[in-house]
Structures are given as C-alpha cells and as structure tokens.
Write a protein that binds this ligand. Sequence first.
Ligand SMILES: [Zn+2]
Length: 351
Amino acid sequence: MSVSIVSRAEWGAQPWNGTPDYVNLSQRTEFFIHYDGADHVNRTGNSVPQAIERGHLGQGWAGIGYHFVVDQEGVAYEGRGWTLQGAHCPNHNISGIGVQIAIGGDQQPSAKALATARALYDEACKKAGRTLAMKGHKDGFATACPGGPLYAWVKAGMPADGYEPGPKPEKPAAWDGTSFPGASAFVLGKSHPAVTLLGQRLVAHGFGSHYKEGPGPAFGEADRSATAAFQKAQGWAGSDADGYPGAETWKRLLASPKSTPAPAPSSIVALNPAVKPGAKHAQVKELQQLLIKAGYGPIPGAYSTYYGPETQKAVARFHNKNPQHRAAGTSYDPAIGRRGFVELQKEAGRK
Ligand SMILES: [Zn+2]
C-alpha cells in the first residue's frame, strides 16, 4: 500500500523561498529519522508542518527542510517530497531522505506515527530501487536527534505493522477578512492580507512607533516587534510574547483600544518644528486629529506619532485646497508649515 501524503497545497504551505534543487531518486541511498526537538509536541494536524515551516523559513531556508513530517495521528505531510534536495542533515541532503516524526526527545512515538514512517521508508526504497540505510540524525551529525525512543526504534530496524492512511485534515479555508487567519499567515518576509490588518490594529492600539513605513501585507520585523510589544503589554512573556500573533492576540487586537487620543484643545497652538514628513513626534497625533476633523481624512493607521505617507497625503489634500500654504513651486506638498498649521486649526474649529 502506498502512503497517503497531505500535499503542500493541502496543508497551506508558503511558496518556496527559492526552489530547492532537484534530486534524482536513484541518488538516494539512506533514510534519516528526526524528532522535533527537546520539547514535547502535543499538536497534530496542519499546524505541525506549519510550525516547522515557520521556523525553517525564519532561518532563511527555502521552506521545510525535511522531506516529510509525520504527526502522532500517523498523518504524513509533504515537505521537500521525493525529488527535492533536503535540508535536514549536512552532507546527507542529497543521498538521504529526511523524515521528522513530530515528537520531543523523550516522548513516546505513537504506533500510528511509526507505521506511517515505516510505510514512507518502504515506499522510498521502492522508488529508489534499492534498500536504503536506516539512520537516525545522530548517525550523520553530532546531535541528540532523534532522541532515545526513536533512535532505539531505528536501530531495531523500524518495526511497525498495520499502516493505515490517517485522516487528511481539512483544507485551510480562504481568509474571511476578519477572523484569525492561522499561524501560517505570519511568516517573516511572506505576504498575507491579514498582515495589513494586523499592522493597522497595532497602530490603532498605539504600537505604530515600530513602523518606519505604514503597515503592509508582508510580515516584517516591524510587525513582529510591534506584536511582541503588544503581547508584553497584555502581561504575557516567553513564547506568548514572541511577536507571532495567535488567536488570543488577534482577538484582543481586533477589540477597540482602551484609550483614544486626548481631546484636542480648543485654542490655536504653534507647530513644533520637529513635526515633518517621515518624523516621529507626539504632535503628529494632533495634526492627524485636525486633518480628519477638517475633512482631509481618512488617514489609515491614525492615530500614531508617525508622520508617514498617509498623513502626508492628508496634508497634501489640505494644500490642494489651500495652495497659498504650499511651499513655493511645489504642486504636491506633504509638509505642513507654520502658517498652514494655524489655518488648519481654524478649519477644524479652533480659535
Ligand atoms: Zn534531526
């Protein structure tokens, strides 16, 4: 019986970050078993390959380095698959097929997981046209991987019987635009429409100072550090504040911020000369309030202390209506001037 494998498309893999090299099956001579790491793994399903992918992409790799991943339900997930070069054991990535069984070091593998891993081994031998050497990661590299129980199993000749295809998890649904999109939406350097909303909500909650540019669809270091700051502000620590949004982070971000900007004063004030396009300054919030109140909004991401592109666009709209306050010789002026700021405050109702 051939192995039932959940394809990359089915579990929601990100596109390769540079496609790995092709390897002819006749070049395979060995088969490596890996564990997930020291910590116990209690999850099953698509989140298993997704978490590994996140880690490996974060290290700058093309994607999951293992050829296949097997969870405790005995479901096999496609990583590099049969014909791509792996990234699981130096000097053995072409000759060796690498399979991770998603458990921690001293955790006992389930019978289902072992049966599936064995079925992958049998299929690999059939495809390669030879008996592949059975190995644990530590046979090719100085490491504790694959841990005691899995290494003993490899050395015993990978005994297993009764392979049955595991239940294939549901295909990830298209994102609905508001609910938590799943951890796979937040991978450094990768785009997902939910990342834009994440950034907008972080700005709305007062964490906009992490952004040098406005939030966008690619999950970047600014998103990660702003998310981590938001998580710490919830009183969370450790992996709960790692900067990768989970369902609870998402729920709290989409809720209304507790504090809104202080009500604007009613009398005209002077513009701080540090308030310039591209700068961060406390008075930028006030500028945004005035622009919106006087009808030059919307300003996506407001309110923040950052005089970013959206604030600049709103100032340019003010200048289009009041060209006498534009800098001489400019037709698109995103920089508010001292006199223009006074005029804007009048338009917003100050005296
Ligand atoms: Zn390993």
